[in-house]
Design a protein around this ligand. Structure first.
Ligand SMILES: Nc1ncnc2c1ncn2[C@@H]1O[C@H](COP(=O)(O)OP(=O)(O)OP(=O)(O)O)[C@@H](O)[C@H]1O
Length: 242
């Protein structure tokens, strides 16, 4: 499968008072189209920073992200925003839904901003059905369970057929049943519809639902494992200590 998202030598430093924090140091990785990849690492190892750079939400100090064959170094803010909107679907631990909008309005908001409301509306019924949200679309987030809210966020991420889904601890605020459901949605989407998912997680069980795990420590990629390999669990223990 072709590489849909590439990080090449990404470095990012934050300045905290007089201290410099090297959040990422020369991180390179290739994400293949149609793959499900988890990113694990201890707290502070740079996972969210990496996801933010891969998702063009922040810029590296050095290195480059190439997304859907588009090198992004030097692109202006407008071009980055457009690329992000068209090619990336974000899913966050805290759902990040707008409380005053209905589920349907939340799902369609980015499409509306991108001038693609008509196409998105035509895709909505099938997507809502698939995610078990039919009948809930008129409800506001406060009227939905945590699992339903995250499924609304998944629908929002998917409505424009992004090239890559970036999920930051998507099961972190869910009970185990709802968390499992979200992971099954990812697995099924990857298997049956060719989604590409990159998921940051602390949870070994969640990471083992992906096909591959990349380990970060102190801002560096220190290892990786295929989850079907017999030593995947011991690699998680070795690199993350859980
Ligand atoms: N905006 C920022 N300003 C200053 N330092 C930051 C900023 N964002 C991240 N950092 C620092 O960069 C390092 C990596 O942070 P990051 O949030 O990427 O780690 P993480 O692996 O996602 O951690 P966690 O698992 O706790 O969410 C940390 O030391 C953090 O304090």
């Amino acid at each position: 499968m072709p590489v849909v998202l590439q990080a090449h030598n990404l470095s990012k430093t934050f300045v905290l008072g007089t201290e410099k924090v090297h959040a990422l140091r020369q991180v390179s990785l290739d994400i293949q189209q149609g793959s499900f990849v988890a990113v694990m690492g201890p707290s502070g190892s740079g996972k969210s920073t990496l996801l933010n750079l891969l998702g063009l939400l922040d810029l590296p100090d050095q290195g480059e992200v190439t997304l859907a064959a588009t090198p992004t170094r030097g692109l202006k803010d407008d071009a980055l925003t457009l690329l992000r909107r068209e090619k990336i679907g974000f899913i966050f631990q805290t759902f990040e839904l707008i409380p005053t909008l209905s589920a349907e309005e939340n799902i369609l908001l980015t499409s509306e901003l991108a001038g693609q409301l008509k196409q998105a509306k035509s895709r909505l019924p099938a997507l809502a059905d698939r995610l078990g949200l039919t009948g809930r679309l008129k409800n506001r987030p406060s009227e939905l369970s945590g699992g339903q809210r995250q499924r609304v966020a998944i629908a929002r991420a998917l409505i424009n057929h992004p090239s890559v889904i970036l999920a930051d601890e998507p099961t972190g605020n869910l009970d185990s049943k709802n968390g499992r459901e979200v992971l099954e949605i990812f697995q099924q989407g990857v298997r049956e519809e060719g989604w590409t998912v990159v998921m940051v997680t602390h949870d070994p069980a969640a990471a083992l639902c992906a096909e591959k795990i990349i380990f970060l420590r102190d801002g560096e990629v220190v290892g990786e494992t295929e989850t079907h390999s017999l030593d995947a669990r011991s690699k998680i223990e070795e690199f993350v200590g859980v």
